[in-house]
Design a protein around this ligand. Structure first.
Ligand SMILES: *[C@@H]1O[C@H](CO)[C@@H](O)[C@H](O)[C@H]1NC(C)=O
Ligand SMILES: *[C@@H]1O[C@H](CO)[C@@H](O)[C@H](O)[C@H]1NC(C)=O
Ligand SMILES: *[C@@H]1O[C@H](CO)[C@@H](O)[C@H](O)[C@H]1NC(C)=O
Length: 485
């Protein structure tokens, strides 16, 4: 009774003072996710888009790609090494994470490990008192850039290699040095390469991964099989035309997974394990006097086939024997970054009138089609109505303005799972692009010249549950069609 009377009293009060009772309305709730979902660290990784890799070590001085393990540490002498220059190069290219090879297959350690003298301590560099990992980490942290490390499992120098337990202990000892001494590490890189003289050498990946997670809370582990980021299956920088972030981890074996499965992922995959596309700006991973950086057109092609196919690009830029990134590479990387900015800083979708086949909570503001042109590419998205049987589409209308573009960018709200399986893009009713997956980012670079159109419609032909689109862009790439035709 008391409840009733106080309710009645409130109503009377509201009536008396003419409170605007009806102005508040509850927000429409977001749709349910479709599992699996990315972790917070994976989402952060995905938004970086481009990461820099640096292969550096004895191979830099022997002009080789795979060291033998018999190199004399005295050859390691990068006389003017300056990690600040490495990091400044990355920053100028818009890169926020850099990964250094702390040890490659030759076993030479760029930091003074207490478990071996096959390291910087036996080199003339800084009179054997130097630590490349330390200098790299300090330069990066002071400039707000995150760091990652690669510690090669295969070790052609270490005598314990091939002896299962003692080598795994050695490897774990080094892993602990790297993950305890240098503060926060955002990515660690593992491969499954093995010596042909010790084909039965077992790497204790489960022990290593558990140790990594114990020591570094927000790290992403890269390997063929994750735990957090998977290899894309090739070293060309190309993801599959279809590319799912989802895959079955149980179907992957580190060192011998099927290339096409890694390249494309699995729409029924139970693990969120997005691919990273590793490729070098030059032919080799290490610096060689005889090699040059790839032309800009090649790098852009890689960008469209990696970042534009729902992946992160891991671009290797190797320091030279002086200990600096060569000027040619610095310049090429700068051109690459500038080109990406030129293409994507103008979005012709902005200013369009946008409508869609339906909208979740039809009276609400939360999931309207206009969400695809705001700044938030993750948590602000267009969602169609539940249970709508018709085909889902969203249309951009330039009205009196003619839209001129040759790149279409589509992004899914992956925070709620990757969903879209098949989509088509029409300009004034004519089909201009068609594809399968979208994921975090899908770029269609149109082959048939520049499109001039008033209306652009994206049709979702098939998806796991409702498609959720967070961003759409119509861009002009002058590097593709230089004359604008
Ligand atoms: C590796 O293991 C296989 C099968 O267990 C065995 O036949 C082979 O001799 C081993 N090789 C070496 C080098 O130990
Ligand atoms: C991945 O796992 C799911 C769920 O168990 C299964 O339906 C699917 O067929 C698997 N994919 C492959 C390629 O085996
Ligand atoms: C390494 O790069 C720096 C910076 O461009 C340059 O000054 C130096 O000469 C290069 N070293 C070699 C061996 O090419």
């Amino acid at each position: 009774m008391a409840v009733f009377w106080s309710f009645w009293f409130m109503l009377t009060l509201l009536e008396t003072f003419k409170f605007p009772v009806s102005s508040w309305k509850p927000a429409t709730t977001p749709p349910l996710p479709i599992l699996p979902l990315p972790s917070a660290s994976q989402l952060k990784w995905q938004q970086r888009e481009v990461i820099m890799f640096m292969h550096f070590g004895v191979n830099t001085f022997t002009d080789s790609e795979w060291g033998t393990g018999h190199e004399d540490p005295a050859i390691f002498n990068p006389t003017a090494l300056n990690a600040n220059q490495w990091v400044d190069t990355a920053i100028k290219a818009g890169i926020s994470l850099m990964i250094l090879t702390a040890k490659h297959h030759d076993g030479f350690c760029l930091w003074p490990s207490k478990y071996t003298d096959h390291s910087v301590i036996s080199s003339p560099w800084r009179d054997g008192k130097g630590d490349v990992v330390r200098e790299f980490v300090d330069a990066a942290k002071v400039r707000g850039v995150d760091i990652g490390l690669y510690l090669s499992p295969w070790d052609r120098h270490e005598k314990r290699y091939g002896k299962e337990i003692s080598y795994n202990e050695y490897y774990l000892g080094q892993l602990q040095e790297l993950l305890k001494r240098y503060g926060s590490v955002q990515e660690i890189w593992f491969d499954g390469a093995k010596g042909s003289d010790a084909p039965n050498m077992s790497y204790y990946f489960s022990d290593w991964f558990s140790m990594v997670k114990e020591l570094q809370g927000s790290i992403n582990i890269f390997s063929d099989a994750g735990l957090d980021v998977r290899w894309v299956g090739n070293e060309k920088g190309y993801a599959g035309n279809t590319c799912w972030s989802t895959i079955n981890r149980t179907s992957l074996t580190i060192g011998s997974s099927a290339e096409s499965y890694l390249n494309q992922g699995d729409p029924r995959g139970t693990d969120w394990l997005p691919p990273e596309c590793d490729v070098s700006i030059r032919t080799g991973w290490f610096w060689h006097k005889s090699q040059k950086p790839k032309p800009l057109s090649h790098l852009l092609n890689i960008y469209y086939k990696s970042v534009g196919r729902n992946c992160v690009l891991l671009l290797n830029v190797p320091p030279n024997t002086t200990g600096l990134i060569s000027e040619t590479d610095v310049q090429r990387l700068g051109e690459f970054h500038k080109a990406i900015n030129t293409i994507f800083s103008v979005n012709y979708a902005e200013g369009c009138t946008i409508k869609a086949s339906s909208q979740r909570g039809s009276m609400s503001d939360e999931f309207g089609p206009e969400k695809v042109i705001d700044e938030d590419h993750l948590w602000s998205y267009w969602a169609p109505e539940d249970n709508s049987n018709h085909e889902h589409w969203i249309e951009l209308d330039g009205k009196e303005k003619i839209l001129k573009f040759n790149v279409v960018r589509i992004q899914e709200a992956i925070g709620l799972g990757q969903r879209i399986k098949h989509h088509k893009v029409y300009a004034d009713g004519k089909l201009i692009a068609s594809g399968t997956t979208i994921g975090y980012k899908r770029l269609h670079r149109l082959d048939d010249g520049v499109i001039y159109a008033q209306r652009v419609r994206i049709v979702i032909k098939e998806s796991r549950g409702l498609p959720l689109i967070s961003s759409i862009g119509l861009h002009f790439d002058p590097f593709r069609h230089p004359k604008g035709t």
